[in-house]
Ligand binder design. Structure first.
Ligand SMILES: Nc1ncnc2c1ncn2[C@@H]1O[C@H](COP(=O)(O)OP(=O)(O)OP(=O)(O)O)[C@@H](O)[C@H]1O
Ligand SMILES: [Mg+2]
Length: 302
């Protein structure tokens, strides 16, 4: 469990994080979303005691990071995967980390296997690809077998296979009952990964809720394609849907996909496509974060 309360940080008078409060609970992947420069890394650094807040607190299992007796056994973090001596082998890096934190050195091999790097443990980290470095960073986060994980933009720069691996891995860590807090500026990626969301814009909280309730806020649409376009359009409008024609397809707003399918069946329309339109989620994020920027800009101008 991570608890953030009224966290505030200014850099040379400019607010980076403003009165931010939220909880991150165990057994779920919580996505920490915000545009570039919205304060995600600053918040992560304050949780980890790397940056001192101007006001507010951040605690892990009820204690501040600096008050944890064995921090790596309480919270594992990936903030800057580049911060590894390039001359050292992956295994030596992890063994050193374990030894320095009174963690059994045998965990080094174990976590290396967990992230799929066992075959290259003896290689210099300097020769690692970006994806391998991210995996090593995650192995380091796991070295103390912590119940809480905080990963700052772990998918940055990864190829589709690497992204898929991280997504599956984060979910499996949450399924084990861990608290998994992962930041990203990519809404579409989080939609596939996170159960819960904390959304910020300009350092302020915009939403802290489940992915399901966040998406429910959005007027999502359903795309239908049928050779009986006019018949189906008339029937859908009669049932109260709002329609947008785009070429040979219809975008249906304000009606659940099941109902669209049922209406199509009732009027005997053959469906070539019946699909939820995910883009609206990205739109909601853009819309909400844009509003917050305007709000902040107005306050600054006042
Ligand atoms: N050490 C620092 N000194 C001065 N300003 C800083 C410092 N660290 C962050 N900032 C500023 O604080 C704001 C928030 O930055 P932060 O890095 O936390 O955002 P972010 O959400 O992690 O962005 P990104 O998606 O680009 O990683 C930005 O305006 C940034 O320029
Ligand atoms: Mg950042």
């Amino acid at each position: 469990m991570i608890e953030v309360r009224s966290l505030t940080k200014r850099f040379r008078g400019c607010p980076a994080v403003e009165d931010l409060s939220f909880d991150v609970r165990p057994g779920a992947v919580t996505g920490f979303l915000g545009p570039n420069g919205s304060g995600k890394t600053t918040t992560a650094r304050m949780i980890l005691g790397l940056t001192d807040p101007d006001a507010g607190t951040a605690t892990i299992a009820g204690r501040r990071y600096r008050d944890l007796a064995h921090p790596l056994r309480e919270i594992g973090a990936l903030i800057n995967p580049g911060a590894v001596d390039p001359a050292r082998s992956a295994l030596d890096h992890l063994r050193w980390l374990a030894a320095a934190n009174r963690i059994p050195v045998g965990r080094a091999e174990l976590v290396l296997g967990q992230v799929g790097l066992d075959a290259v443990g003896g290689r210099r980290v300097g020769a690692f690809s970006l994806g391998m470095r991210q995996r090593l960073g995650i192995a380091a986060a796991l070295i103390g077998d912590p119940p809480v994980l905080l990963l700052d933009e772990p998918i940055n720069g990864l190829d589709p296979e690497g992204i898929h691996w991280i997504r599956t891995f984060m979910r499996s860590l949450a399924d084990e009952g861990r608290t998994v807090f992962v930041s990203s500026h990519l809404m579409s990626e989080m939609a596939l990964t996170a159960h819960e969301l904390v959304v910020i814009g300009r350092g302020r909280l915009i939403a802290a809720e489940s992915m399901a309730s966040f998406t429910a806020r959005v007027d999502s649409s359903v795309r239908v394609r049928t050779p009986q376009l006019d018949v189906l359009a008339a029937a859908l409008e009669q049932e109260g849907a709002t329609l947008w024609r785009s070429g040979d397809a219809l975008d249906v707003v304000g009606m659940p996909i099941e109902q669209v399918g049922s209406v199509a069946a009732r009027v005997g329309a053959v469906l070539y496509e019946l699909s939820p339109q995910q883009a609206s989620l990205e739109d909601a994020f853009m819309h909400l974060t844009a509003q917050s920027c305007e709000y902040t800009a107005a306050v600054e101008a006042a």
